[in-house]
Design a protein around this ligand. Sequence first.
Ligand code: ATP
Ligand code: MG
Length: 710
Amino acid sequence: MTISSLLPAPAAPAAAPAAEPGSAVFRHLNDAQRRAAGYGIGAGKAGHGPLLVIAGAGSGKTLTLAARVARLVLAGADPSRILMLTFSRRAAAEMERRVGQVLHEALGLAPLRGAPRLAWCGTFHAIGARLLRGHAAQIGLDASFTVDDRGESEDLLHVLRQRLGLAATRKRFPQKSTCLAIYSRVVNSQAGLREVLASVFPWCGDWHEELKQLFAAYADEKQAQRVLDFDDLLVWWAAALAEPAVAAAMAGRFDHVLVDEYQDTNRLQAEILFGLKPDGRGLTVVGDDAQAIYSFRAAEVRNILDFADRFTPPAEVVTLERNYRSTVPLLAASNAVIALAAERHAKTLWSDAPMVEPPAIVWVAGESEQAAWVADRVLQLRETGIVLKSQAVLFRAAQHSAALELELARRDIPFVKYGGLRFLDSAHVKDVLAVLRFAANPRGERAGLRALQLVPGIGPASAARLMAQMAGVADPEAALRAFQPTASNASGWRDFADVFAALRRPGSAWPDEIGAVERWYRPQLERLHDDAAPRAADIAHLVRLTAGYPSRESFLTELALDPPAATSDESGPGGHDEDSLILSTIHSAKGQEWIAVSVLNVVDGCIPSDMATGNVAEIEEERRLLYVAMTRARHHLHLLVPQRFYVTQQAAYGDRHVYAAISRFLPESIRDRFVHLTPGEEAEGECGARDELTAAAMHDVGARVRSAWR
Ligand code: ATP
Ligand code: MG
């Protein structure tokens, strides 16, 4: 269902009387929100000038953006010509839901089941992929390109590093992940390699020439294999927009471009936006500089700070001052944390939501006590009527939740985790995806090598021989068909060739295709793995996920860009079938809110992370991370401070418990904003008695937690 199908014909906007700003749907917006939502509406063909909404957490920025889209549509804008860029697929789905809701209400329609779709709403990368495919012929790109995820890009760099002989040099060459990080930083910050090495990777400074050579080979190889990496989607998009004819065609698709979380865009993304809307007409951006948490990926907070003045006349700026999310004492505590930032984020933010419970610092003995306390607390809150999915536990790094995950499993408390290890990273899921990717792009080397080696009797040498044959010919499919395997695996080869041919057949029906791959893969799975049954269940889950995608191409692209973080991540807008507690890294919690939030490990070494205490800017980003975490909470906020946990000391000393210090972002001077709980000193029963099972399990977890510090 698309929004346009819900609307009266565009020629008759008058049929939507609820479009009036004073109507019920918009009445709950405050004045500033209403001004932003309605800015420039009715400006006619020329469109409105640029608009910036800059405001603190929970002030309704995202809601205002959704209301603005709805108002534009109700005023006659064509929804298929509106481009909405948000930070994650999850945020995009949420945006669509909100826009749909406002429109339904405004039009007086009965609530619909399922969310209506905005045709162009997604992440920069996903939208980039779609536009590049659409304009491929114009820009000399093979429209059947596939998108490599970060892991695959690292693997390709690794292969090239070997091929160029860089791996065996006098000094150790940077690791493949470092190479990709350097490359990505150069690309996204639009800075020179030398500059990036000096400022961010000084220990790699000696490798300037070799890295340049490596990156050149990397670019060539991707082009030869018809693959784009994650960053290429932005690079190609920006480069395409530098061609006037292409820019005109791409920009001509959109009357309005709206961006949420603008503080976390990088230079390349800003360049793309200004390529689409050079004079800012039709452009709206929304964000909060106090929540900039992605500079480690070259996000550029100056994008939002300098936005207004890059236009003449300057962009309209709307600030929102009322926080609707958090109660008064929660907001006071978050404000106290951000007020200590070196760079002031001077924003007046007030709330009049009455206190439900004061924010608390919870002093627990160690990580197992922390896990037990959080689990207890979650159940207590559920007893008071707060369902699990309205509660979240946030942490700085994915592995910090290990002990808690175990505790939750032990107590049968269902949870979903965002920002952690994904089931897509497992070998068997990668196998199935490799077959699909190979069929989509027979020149993609890594997918091809992986898929071919699943065939019984085909090893690395045969696979490489066939890939080389396929690379050099106009019809790679014919080369595959003509390939002669050794006699012993002829039937296994035939089965594979049949599946491959079926997948390549024009008009082959999606998602039936993946069913064919699943059937072919099942015996391979049994041959290759002892524990085939749980892996087969994952594949079945993958097959179910495909139902939400219109084509193989969009499925593969989306998965590479923004993979589901949890198995239930795909259960659709509105949440999960089962009520589950939310576990999330702070980065993945951006833009979200929950009634109750607990933040784990609010100690130095975790927040700020000991990986990020190199310089003042990094530490300040960690402070903003804590601010982002705290401002997710509506009524209940608990910051947990385990006073002892495992860290890895220098090898000579081995692993050991150390006494942790409360995060430096909660100095004595602001601790009176919190109540202080010390559960160890409370009466027995709270989280006192621990049974043997937990003790044994904790032993295991200790190993996992320690590994996080290596
Ligand atoms: P963040 O900075 O975390 O992204 P935000 O500024 O985007 O936050 P929203 O998520 O849009 O804020 O809104 C926060 C909460 O406040 C939501 O629950 C939203 O429904 C509510 N809200 C926003 N504006 C209003 C309003 N005018 N009246 C009532 N509730 C509102
Ligand atoms: Mg928001």
